[in-house]
Design a protein around this ligand. Structure first.
Ligand code: SAH
Length: 234
C-alpha cells in the first residue's frame, strides 16, 4: 500500500511538536477552538463510554480532552514527534483511557474495520495528498450507526484572505506556509466524498475568529473554517 501522506507536511508538525501543549505557541488556535469543538462533538455523539478514534491527532489536544469526557480514545498520526509529545502529555497529566499509534488511517481500516463508535479527523484533511481516501478509510473504521466529525478550511477568496494572509502574515497566529490554498476543501467537495463513502451528512458549523478580542465562536458561517458531523447508516 502506498502511504497517503506528504513527508514535508509531517516534518512541519514534527519540527514544532515540542511546543504543542504550550497554549501561547503556534498551536494556540487549536487550544482555543478545542472546548468549542469538544462540546459540539459531545452533544452529538455523547462521548462517555464510547470507543473513539482521532485521526491525525498530532500532540493530542482533542484526543486527551475526549478521554477526559469518559471516552476510550485511540489517537493516530504519521508524524512521530507529535505522537511522542501526546504520549508524554498523557503520562504527565495522568489521562487514563487514551492511547497513541503511528499508523495510516487506510492501514488501520484494514486492521480494525467497524470498531469505533465515534471518529474525529480535525484540521488534517487539508494536509494530505488524497483526502478522499482518508474519508473512505474513516467510514470503514466506524461501526454502523457511529458518528464521524471532520474539520477543514473552505476554498474561496475570503478563506484565502482570512486563513493565509490574515492568520499567517498579518496576525501571525500560524507559521508562514502552514496552509496551502490549493489544498483547502469546499464543503460541497467534502460532502461528495462522504456520500461516495456511504456516510450521511447530519450537521455543520463554522468557526469564526475576532482578531480584536482574540476569541473564536461557532456559527452558521462555513465560509472559512468549518466542521461537519456525519453518521454511518445503521
Ligand atoms: N487533529 C489535531 C491536529 C491537527 S494538526 C487537532 O486538531 O488538534 C494536523 C495533523 O495532521 C498533524 O499532527 C500531522 O502530523 C497530521 N497529518 C498530516 N498528514 C497526515 C496523514 N497522512 N496521516 C495522519 N496524520 C497526518
Amino acid at each position: 500500500m502506498t502511504i497517503n501522506a506528504d513527508p514535508q507536511e509531517l516534518a512541519k508538525f514534527s519540527d514544532l511538536a515540542h511546543r504543542w501543549w504550550d497554549p501561547e505557541s503556534e498551536f494556540r488556535p487549536l487550544h482555543q477552538i478545542n472546548p468549542l469543538r469538544l462540546d459540539w462533538i459531545d452533544a452529538h455523539a455523547r462521548l462517555s463510554g464510547k470507543r473513539v478514534l482521532d485521526v491525525g491527532c498530532g500532540g493530542g489536544i482533542l484526543s486527551d480532552s475526549m478521554a477526559r469526557r469518559g471516552a476510550n480514545v485511540l489517537g493516530i498520526d504519521l508524524a512521530s514527534k507529535p505522537l511522542k509529545v501526546a504520549q508524554l502529555h498523557a503520562l504527565e497529566a495522568g489521562t487514563a483511557s487514551v492511547e497513541y499509534r503511528e499508523v495510516a488511517a487506510e492501514a488501520l481500516a484494514a486492521e480494525m474495520p467497524a470498531q469505533f463508535d465515534v471518529l474525529t479527523c480535525m484540521e488534517m484533511l487539508e494536509h494530505v495528498p488524497d483526502p478522499s481516501s482518508i474519508v473512505h478509510a474513516c467510514a470503514a473504521l466506524v461501526k454502523p450507526g457511529g458518528w464521524l466529525f471532520f474539520s477543514t478550511i473552505n476554498r474561496n477568496a475570503k478563506a484565502f484572505v482570512f486563513a493565509i494572509v490574515g492568520a499567517e502574515h498579518v496576525l501571525k497566529l500560524l507559521p508562514k506556509g502552514t496552509h496551502e490554498y490549493a489544498k483547502f476543501i469546499r464543503p460541497s467537495e467534502l460532502a461528495q466524498w462522504c456520500r461516495n463513502a456511504g456516510i450521511d451528512l447530519c450537521d455543520s458549523r463554522g468557526l469564526e475568529y475576532n482578531p480584536f478580542t482574540r476569541r473564536y465562536w461557532l456559527s452558521g458561517d462555513t465560509s472559512v473554517n468549518y466542521m461537519i458531523a456525519c453518521r454511518k447508516p445503521s
